[in-house]
Design a protein around this ligand. Sequence first.
Ligand code: BTN
Length: 256
Amino acid sequence: GPGLTCKVFGQTDYLYYQELDSTNNRARVLASEGYPEGTVVVADMQTAGRGRRGRSWYSPSNQGIYMSVILRPVLPLKEISRISLLTAVAVAETFEEELNLPARIKWPNDILINDKKVAGILSEAVTDMDGIEYIVVGIGMNINNQLQEFPGDFRTAATSARAEDARPVSRVKVLQGLLARLESHYLDLLAGSFEGTLKKGKSLSVAIGQVLRLDTINGFLVGKAIDIDENGFLLLRDQSGIVHTIISGEITILPL
Ligand code: BTN
């Protein structure tokens, strides 16, 4: 597989499909069958690519990277969001370093270029009484799409590497770069050194310092994002000065 420079990811179990409903669906089945950590599932296209909050992920052939990796971290449950943060950092770094594009992270896991979404992350965890059984981390990256090819409802909000810089690129090379960065941040985390990743995540974040609206399943909150804590949670100070620790949700940066 293309994970040639990796120690673990995609090294023994690299599964490529021309077409899948969703790489996350496939990886979840494989994980439940006992496939090991580092198993990588890639599809050239997805017929039912899934996004967060029940949304779909536009997954045409020959354009994007649709990839899922199985992780089996020995980690306390409260630290599980660190996986999201490190994934976002690895994806943003891949756009920056492989493609020379100014990618930023919109907490918790959208990747933006020039304020438009270029990649998304869907992490799905299965836990049991001992903690995390496995996590499927799914990443979708828009690479060679021409802007006008996006469906109408994506067009104003989405972008691709190609649309930002016009140069067609090898998806395999980008995938290799992604897997190498993902693995390196992940191995750091397991080795107990998350500091560097966190620092990078904060510096790439578009939320910190901004006034924003947070939508959760329980309603919404308006406040200023003041920091991301050591677990990857967003610290939001509301109008009355109370600081809320936000585990998950959807943010909208408000114009001042
Ligand atoms: C989001 O931004 O809402 C998350 C999008 C995640 C899309 C990727 S593509 C590969 C993997 N398989 C899926 O069905 N979804 C993720």
